[in-house]
Design a protein around this ligand. Structure first.
Ligand SMILES: Cc1ncc(COP(=O)(O)O)c(C=O)c1O
Length: 340
């Protein structure tokens, strides 16, 4: 089975497992797990922030950030298909008690003017707007990379209005490799940045939230409140630390594989795909011959596992556990199924 469902399906590599097995650990709730502390220091350093907190998941990292930036009844400005809004099970409403002011994006990317138009007058009738969220790369946008100037434009509007900026950088590593821009150059436009170790980097568990020391101190309280205080977490943090040091640069291979897959699929009957839209490791294509869920079922039986994104579109994601030869094999299988 060639599994292209997500970049989260990877298994730890043998050296990653060894790093985990050998990890020094302590009780992280008491703040004395040396491996977690080392991971947090390293993540903060890469992102150019004062501090970071290790989180069990990207969802918790985003939701802790939203909670820590706001008070119940506040409003946040977020793109309509952003993961933190679309896929995090109502977290902003349930956990932070905030309203989401949705902005439609172009492949997940929006403009400073759109943020300006979303701002509320500051008076007693309206919820106070507190935060703007950006996702880079954008998952439902098809792994799209935010141009740095566009981030700066949005940040300028947010600053002028006194709003904080949060980056869901679950795949910031991919954006950085694709654009050739260091993570910290993206991060400097944001008060807080969430990154994931369990996606393209291939670690089994965990994310980090980075920001000022004071903000991360407040975030730690909500992490505990949401049930994210972990004990000998160094075991899993060691996998994340290994991934951070060894698996960032290789993301270029995943991107090349995604482009190769896109080029292979673009000419097939019943598939609509514009290869230049594939910027990182996510390939989204439209199917015209049969509903996407039914086609995914047939493709899975034939040996390629992908997920329908909706009735018309299928998503394939390249990752550490799929190589170029398997991509070629996948193109062959999909071609045979499409030609009937
Ligand atoms: C952009 C983005 N943010 C956040 C998350 C949530 O991460 P997790 O699955 O670790 O909760 C995901 C998961 O796929 C994601 O794609």
């Amino acid at each position: 089975m060639i599994d292209l469902r997500s970049d989260t399906i990877t298994r730890p590599t043998p050296p990653m497992r060894r790093a985990m097995a050998d990890a020094q650990v302590g009780d992280d709730v008491f703040g004395d797990d040396p491996t977690v502390l080392a991971l947090e220091r390293r993540a903060a350093e890469i992102l150019g922030k004062e501090a970071a907190a290790y989180m069990p998941s990207g969802t918790m990292s985003n939701q802790v950030a939203i909670r820590a930036h706001t008070e119940p009844g506040d409003e946040i400005v977020i793109e309509a298909t952003a993961h933190s809004y679309f896929y995090e099970t109502g977290g902003p409403a349930a956990l932070a008690g905030v309203m989401c002011h949705l902005i439609p994006g172009e492949r997940g990317i929006f403009t400073g003017d759109q943020v300006r138009a979303a701002l509320r007058p500051r008076n007693v009738h309206f919820p106070p707007t507190k935060l703007v969220c950006i996702e880079n790369t954008h998952n439902r946008g098809g792994g799209s990379v935010w141009p740095l100037e566009r981030i700066a434009e949005v940040a300028a509007v947010a600053r002028e209005a006194g709003l904080a900026m949060h980056l869901d950088g679950a795949r910031l590593w991919n954006a950085s490799v694709a654009a050739g821009i260091p993570e910290r150059q993206y991060a400097r436009h944001f008060d807080t940045v969430s990154v994931c170790f369990s996606k393209g980097l291939g670690a089994p568990i965990g994310s980090a939230l980075a920001g000022t020391a004071a903000f991360i101190g407040r975030a730690r309280r909500f992490r505990k409140m949401f049930g994210g205080g972990m004990r000998q977490a160094g075991i899993v943090a060691a996998g994340a630390l290994y991934a951070l040091e060894h698996h960032r640069e290789r993301l270029a291979e995943d991107h090349a594989n995604a482009r190769r897959l896109a080029q292979g699929l673009a000419g097939l009957p019943g598939i609509e795909l514009d290869p230049p839209t594939v910027e990182t490791n996510i390939v989204i294509f439209r199917v015209t011959a049969s509903p996407a869920p039914a086609l995914c079922g047939r493709l899975k039986e034939a040996g390629v596992w992908m997920l329908p994104r909706d009735d018309e579109n299928i998503r394939a994601v390249t990752h550490l556990d799929v190589n170029r030869a398997e991509i070629d094999e996948a193109i062959g299988i999909i071609g045979r199924v499409m030609r009937g």
